[in-house]
Design a protein around this ligand. Structure first.
Ligand code: NAP
Length: 411
């Protein structure tokens, strides 16, 4: 076989993948599938378009092995993997051009590198002024060990959700994070098939200088999962583990992850944050960053926060005491007996002047985090608000995406 038969096979690292389904959702040609354990790529369908690469929160998606087309790893094999196979240089006949010696460095192989560059035009990118994030410092083989410094329930005793604020201390270990990044938690024990649990990812809810300023610690917002999507009782593996932790317990942590959902760092930047439920975690981190450094952030701050009712609001109680010119907060309660049912998109439509102004501001940055379904409704509300203000949403959206000013993280 010659170099012309070689392909760069696209693979997903099962050790890092957090099974968030983002890649399968993003793939425009249905080349990604999964079972209850692994996410895998169909070699005969994937065209290396790269659309899935930048949305992947962990980088598990960005793995490639040079193989002869006929020897591509089949789906059945990939579904059984616990780790990626080692890169084995494929045999190439003596007359063929060696892959590394080809003029462009990759010979006949369809390089994914160019495709990554292409995908950046359409996918999320970091704000130009964002600080440089560290990613993947600790993998599953070398997790950091964090010690629980505190764990308390955020939601009121009569609330139906059990949401916890958990502070993890990293001691002398190097685990730098930026607002908007996430960490992976490795739940102890094994699953029903006797394999280690896969990692679960949580956004960091504290700013870069620590939950307590100057301390090497961070905070997470964790909602105990006790029902599945159909309302049947279940016990969330990672959320139960985390919510039940006591001070002094230790946790295996991987990451940090995420290099796009980052806050701008220039003085003129204005920020609109839209979140539901525990999607408020990164918004708390960003708000705290700005509150602690008010002299540096001269732009406007708008927050649209959706929750079932007041008793289910994680955070922002203390922030309500802040002046409105620091944070302009709009709540939307969907199951509150005292107020009509409202969602974040309703709240956005009810504040058309400030929303339209921030969308049209070349220094305006938008952050959306929370439930999967919210993205569509929020973008539609933006379009309506822009139309009423005489602005062309399609042009604004294109600019926001191209300039790394629209950030969406939904699950
Ligand atoms: P939740 O309590 O179930 O819902 C919060 C609010 O969002 C409710 O008012 C809900 O209304 C509303 N909502 C439901 N569907 C919506 C839609 N399509 N558009 C707008 N609003 C909608 O939320 P949660 O359980 O906390 O879930 C938050 C999400 O954030 C999860 O998917 C989680 O994975 C994700 N997240 C978590 C973290 C973290 O670090 N913990 C970080 C990032 C994201 P109803 O009353 O009608 O249901």
């Amino acid at each position: 076989m010659g170099a012309a038969d070689l392909i760069k096979q696209h693979l997903i690292d099962p050790e890092i993948c957090i099974r968030c389904n983002t890649c399968e959702d993003t793939c425009p040609i249905d080349a990604i599938t999964h079972d209850d354990r692994n996410y895998v790529v169909k070699a005969d369908v994937c065209n290396a378009c790269g659309a899935c690469l930048s949305p992947c929160p962990t980088g598990a998606i960005d793995n490639w092995r040079t193989v002869h087309k006929a020897d591509a790893y089949p789906i059945d094999a990939q579904l059984l993997w616990d780790e990626l196979p080692a890169e084995v240089p494929p045999e190439v006949s003596a007359t063929a051009i060696a892959i590394d010696a080809a003029p462009d460095g990759l010979g006949a192989v369809d390089t994914p590198v160019q495709q990554v560059e292409t995908s950046r035009h359409t996918s999320a990118r970091a704000p130009w002024s964002a600080a440089h994030p560290y990613v993947n410092l600790h993998g599953l083989r070398t997790p950091a060990t964090a010690t629980v410094a505190g764990n308390y329930r955020l939601t009121e005793a009569d609330a139906s959700s059990d949401i916890h604020h958990i502070v993890l201390d990293f001691g002398s270990q190097f685990f730098p994070i930026l607002e908007g990044q996430a960490i992976g938690i490795v739940p102890p024990g094994v699953d029903a098939s006797g394999k280690p649990h896969y990692i679960r990812m949580y956004s960091v809810a504290s700013p870069r200088d620590g939950e307590r300023p100057g301390y090497n610690n961070l905070a997470l917002t964790v909602k105990r999962v006790d029902v599945d999507h159909d309302g049947n009782p279940v016990r969330g593996v990672a959320s139960s583990f985390l919510c039940d932790l006591n001070k002094g317990d230790t946790v295996q942590v991987v990451g940090p992850f995420g290099s796009t959902f980052l806050m701008p760092n220039h003085r003129e930047a204005s920020i609109m944050m839209i979140c539901t439920g525990t999607g408020s975690a990164p918004m708390r981190a960003m708000t705290e960053r700005m509150r602690r450094n008010m002299e540096h952030f001269a732009g406007r701050r708008l927050l649209f926060f959706g929750a079932r009712n007041r008793r289910e609001l994680p955070y922002f109680g203390p922030l309500l005491k802040l002046p409105k010119d620091f944070l302009d907060i709009h709540f939307a309660f969907s199951r509150d007996a005292d107020v009509p049912r409202r969602y974040v998109q309703d709240a956005i439509r009810e504040a058309p002047a400030s929303v339209a102004a921030l969308l049209a501001d070349p220094h305006g940055h938008i952050y959306i985090c929370g439930l999967k379904g919210m993205e569509e409704g929020v973008l539609r509300a933006f379009a309506d608000v822009c139309a009423s203000a005489g602005h062309a949403w399609s042009e604004i959206e294109t600019a926001l995406r191209a300039e790394g000013r629209l950030h969406i993280e939904t699950y």
